[in-house]
Design a protein around this ligand. Structure first.
Ligand code: CP
Length: 345
C-alpha cells in the first residue's frame, strides 16, 4: 500500500504513484459508472461550483485539452485556457512567473501539459495548488493510463479493482512501439503492474529504453510482471490486450530505423496481424494516430478496437480526477447515484 496523497500538504496527480491503491480503485470505478451517465449529453452538475481550473498547455493537444475543458465545465467550474503561443511566455515570461500570476488571480487548480519532464511538479510547487499532469515530456501522463484502464473495465468488468485496489484476474498486455519516448507507456506500465497484470514492452531496440535489460529489471522490481520483446508476431496470440503507441517523431533526434517502411512491416498492426490476436483481445491506442504506421484502417474497423471509446472515457476520468483533487468526490458520488436512478429507472 502506498502513501495517500490525502496526507500531502498540496494534493496533485503528477504521477499515479501518488495515489494509494484504494484511491486508484475508486477513481477507476467511479469513472466507469460516470461514463454512461454523461453519454446523453445533458449532464451538468455544480460539484465544482466556485472553482476555477486553468488549462496550461505549453504543447499541442486535442484529446487531453478538450476533455479536461469539457470535464471542468460539466462539473460547473470556471475554465481558463492558456496557450503558450498567445501568452507572455512569448515575451520571456518564465514558468515560475506564469504560475505566480495565475496563483494571484485565485485559480483553484491547474492542468498542465509541457514538453519538459518534471515541469508539472515544478509548476505545482510554484502555485501551491493542486495540479493535474496532462503530460510532461516523456515522464508521465497519469489520466491517459486511467482512461485506458477504465475503457478496458467497461467491456471486461472482471478487470475492475475492488475497493482495496485488488483485481481478481491477471491479464497480459503488450505496449508496442516507441516506448523510449512515451509518457503513456510509463504511466500504463506503472498502473497495469500495480494492478497485478503482466506487461510486455515490444519495439525495435532503438525505441526501447536502454539498456533494456536493466530498465525491465528496475521497473519490474522482482514481481516477474515486466518483459520485453522485439518480435510482435510471436507474442500476439498470447495477449489479452495490445496498446499501440504513436511513433513520436517530434521527440526523436535520430532516424528510428533505416526506413519507416521497415517499422511498419515489423510493428504495424494490420489485417494480417489482427488474425493472430485472440478473438476476445482488445486493441488500444492513446491517439493521435499515425495512420498506416502503428495501425492501418483495418484496425479501426475491427470490433476489438477501443480507440474511440478511450476518448469517451477521457472526459469521465478527468471529471473524477478534478472532483477528487477539489476534495469533492463525495458530492460527485452522490450526483452519480442520483443520475443512475434517473437514467436507469
Ligand atoms: N492521448 C493524448 O494525450 O492526446 P492529445 O495529445 O491529443 O491530448
Amino acid at each position: 500500500m502506498q502513501t495517500s496523497i490525502l496526507t500531502n500538504p498540496v494534493r496533485g496527480i503528477i504521477t499515479l504513484a501518488e495515489l494509494s491503491d484504494s484511491e486508484l480503485a475508486e477513481i477507476i470505478r467511479l469513472s466507469v459508472q460516470l461514463r454512461p451517465i454523461i453519454e446523453p449529453g445533458n449532464y451538468q452538475t455544480d460539484v465544482l461550483k466556485g472553482h476555477s481550473v486553468s488549462l496550461m498547455f505549453f504543447e499541442n493537444s486535442t484529446r487531453t485539452r478538450m476533455s479536461f475543458e469539457l470535464a471542468a465545465k460539466l462539473l460547473g467550474a470556471q475554465v481558463l485556457n492558456f496557450t503558450e503561443s498567445t501568452t507572455s511566455v512569448k515575451k520571456g515570461e518564465t514558468l515560475k512567473d506564469t504560475a505566480f500570476t495565475l496563483q494571484h488571480m485565485g485559480i483553484s487548480m491547474s492542468v498542465i501539459r509541457h514538453p519538459h519532464p518534471g515541469s508539472a511538479e515544478e509548476y505545482m510547487g510554484y502555485t501551491g495548488k493542486p495540479v493535474l499532469n496532462g503530460g510532461d515530456g516523456a515522464h508521465a501522463h497519469p489520466t491517459q493510463a486511467l482512461l485506458d484502464y477504465a475503457s478496458v473495465c467497461a467491456l471486461h468488468p472482471d478487470m475492475l479493482p475492488d475497493v482495496s485496489g485488488n483485481v481478481a484476474v491477471q491479464k497480459h498486455i503488450a505496449i508496442v512501439g516507441d516506448i523510449a519516448h512515451s509518457r503513456v507507456a510509463r504511466s500504463n506500465l506503472l498502473l497495469w503492474t500495480r494492478l497485478g497484470h503482466q506487461v510486455t514492452l515490444v519495439g525495435p531496440q532503438t525505441l526501447l529504453p536502454q539498456p533494456i535489460d536493466q530498465y525491465v529489471k528496475e521497473v519490474d522490481n522482482q514481481r516477474n510482471l515486466v518483459f520485453y520483446a522485439n518480435n510482435l508476431d510471436t507474442i500476439l496470440p498470447e495477449l489479452d490486450y495490445i496498446m499501440m503507441l504513436r511513433v513520436q517523431l517530434e521527440r526523436i533526434a535520430e532516424p528510428i530505423m533505416p526506413a519507416g517502411r521497415e517499422y511498419v512491416a515489423r510493428f504495424g498492426l494490420n489485417q494480417k496481424r489482427l488474425v493472430l490476436l485472440p478473438a476476445n483481445a482488445l486493441i488500444l491506442h492513446p491517439g493521435p494516430v499515425n495512420r498506416d504506421v502503428e495501425v492501418d484502417e483495418s484496425v479501426y474497423l475491427d470490433k476489438r478496437c477501443l480507440i474511440n471509446m478511450q476518448v469517451g472515457y477521457g472526459t469521465a476520468v478527468r471529471m473524477v480526477c478534478l472532483a477528487f483533487l477539489a476534495g469533492r468526490l463525495n458530492l460527485l458520488k452522490a450526483n452519480i447515484e442520483q443520475n443512475q436512478k434517473t437514467v436507469y429507472s
